[in-house]
Design a protein around this ligand. Structure first.
Ligand code: EPZ
Length: 427
């Protein structure tokens, strides 16, 4: 199995191109199920999760052509409205086919995604929302079976008790083909929601308020094809911003925008990092002084994203001072803590908060993590650590970071992807 080996201590200098957002591309791909004409997406990242969604949609009968970062999805003929367990269990975002399938075909059967490394993560809000649009929803043998009476959902008012990105996306897609008006109350405001609404609008949907907490959708009888460019990945952007802050140096993050990471940028500034908008991207720089400890709490957008919490914790682990980091979105998202501790970090977790006391230097070690963002936080830790860090189980990284090793090495990091046996032989 592949590993990533990092030798720490080199500042980052150069330009890092930011890819299209995984978490935007996945719902955009699912949205292709709503139309009988092709949807063309550009700026699609090359990632394992995108491959999983491709397999799932192909299984439904969608014809998908991919040429580098361009992808065309044609759902003119659908063979099956069932999303089987084997494909869904690989990726929770598979549940995003549920809304579009019921909306266009009047029925769908989708395997319930199981728990995952970062917590229980139920889909009750998705199901309750579909029921609010008139669907009969039942759970049979691990599958959600949803049916629209007379084959068409009807518009309604869906009030989410708390913010859910996936449920907002599922209901937004479903409502575009429902009869009459739907109002989504307490909707998620993430840039990925705005991006989805843009594609749906280009396909002929009538949507108002995406990016705010109340979205109005006037249902249409059918949607058509469209062309759309996937928004820049704000989590990848933030990850490399943290990388530059951790390793020191001066980098340009290209093809992205500062407004996507406002909350994280503000916290980085408080920690003493230079971060500013420049032509075509963002500049991030840190000189010789260590960063300062700053407290942080994760929140739904526009707050600080949970998907950057682990990376920020790595930065705070080498800060001067202390930082209280509170995770409010997921119940079990501190799996990186024991691994960072093995590298010499001083972190104490109490319920949903972690007290991080900065140390002067981390030390390289063998580490591994059980989810995407925790894994990347360990690579980032390696950039600042003395000696060599070997990160195991890197298939998590392949799910969400396009060419991580290439992008970091181009900026001077000493990082390589190696097969496990070679690492053993080198030691
Ligand atoms: C999206 O997951 C992202 N995934 C996650 O990215 C991200 O961490 C998360 O939003 C929060 O920003 C994709 O976009 C594909 P939620 P999602 O529904 O939609 C609870 C990454 O590393 N909840 O907003 O699944 C849930 O358990 C990942 O790229 C319910 O209780 O997240 C969580 O505590 C991981 N019932 C909270 O809500 C529901 O029906 C927010 O989850 C739905 C959610």
């Amino acid at each position: 199995m592949d590993q990533i080996r990092v030798r720490g201590g080199r500042p980052l200098r150069g330009t890092i191109p930011i890819s299209g957002a995984k978490n935007a591309a996945l719902p955009l791909m699912a949205a292709s199920l709503l139309a009988g004409a092709p949807v063309r997406l550009t700026n699609v990242p090359d990632l394992a999760d995108i491959a999983s969604m491709t397999s799932l949609l192909r299984q439904h009968g969608v014809r998908i052509d991919r040429d580098a970062s361009d992808m065309t999805l044609d759902a003119a003929r659908i063979d099956s409205t069932t999303a089987p367990y084997d494909l869904v269990r690989k990726m929770r975002a598979s549940v995003l086919v549920l809304g579009p399938l019921v909306a266009r075909f009047g029925e769908a059967k989708v395997s319930l995604p199981g728990g995952c490394a970062i917590g229980n993560r139920p889909v009750d809000l998705h199901l309750k929302g579909l029921a609010d649009l008139g669907a009969e929803v039942k759970i049979e043998a691990g599958y959600v079976e949803a049916k629209a009476p007379k084959s068409r959902l009807r518009g309604g008012r869906v009030t989410f008790p708390f913010v859910s990105v996936g449920a907002t996306e599922n209901l937004l897609m479903a409502a575009t083909l429902a009869e009459g008006e739907t109002v989504l109350v307490n909707a998620a405001r993430e840039p990925e929601i705005v991006d989805l609404a843009k594609l749906l609008t280009a396909m002929g949907a009538e949507i108002e308020g995406a990016g705010t907490d109340t979205i109005h959708i006037q249902g249409k009888l059918e949607l058509g094809g469209a062309d759309h460019r996937v928004v820049a990945d704000r989590i990848e952007t933030g990850t490399y911003a943290m990388a530059a802050a951790i390793a020191g140096g001066d980098v340009i993050l290209a093809d992205t925008e500062l407004v996507l990471i406002d909350a994280a940028a503000e916290i980085l500034r408080q920690a003493g990092v230079t971060i500013e908008a420049v032509e075509g991207g963002i500049r991030v720089a840190r000189g010789k002084d260590p960063v300062l400890g700053v407290d942080m709490m994760t929140e739904p957008y526009p707050g600080f994203p949970t998907d950057l919490q682990a990376q920020f914790m790595t930065l705070m682990a080498v800060s001067r001072g202390a930082s209280m980091i509170t995770e409010t979105i997921f119940e079990n998202r501190f799996m990186h803590v024991p691994e960072l501790s093995r590298m010499g970090a001083n972190i104490n977790v109490h319920h949903a908060s972690a007290m991080v006391r900065g140390v002067e230097r981390l030390k390289g070690a063998q580490v591994m993590a059980t989810d995407l963002r925790a894994s990347v936080s360990l690579v980032l830790a390696g950039l600042a650590a003395e000696g060599e860090t070997v990160v195991n189980r890197i298939y998590h990284l392949d799910r969400g970071y396009e060419d991580l090793v290439g992008k970091l090495s181009a900026c001077g990091a000493d990082v390589a992807r190696v097969v496990a046996d070679r690492v053993a032989a080198e030691e």
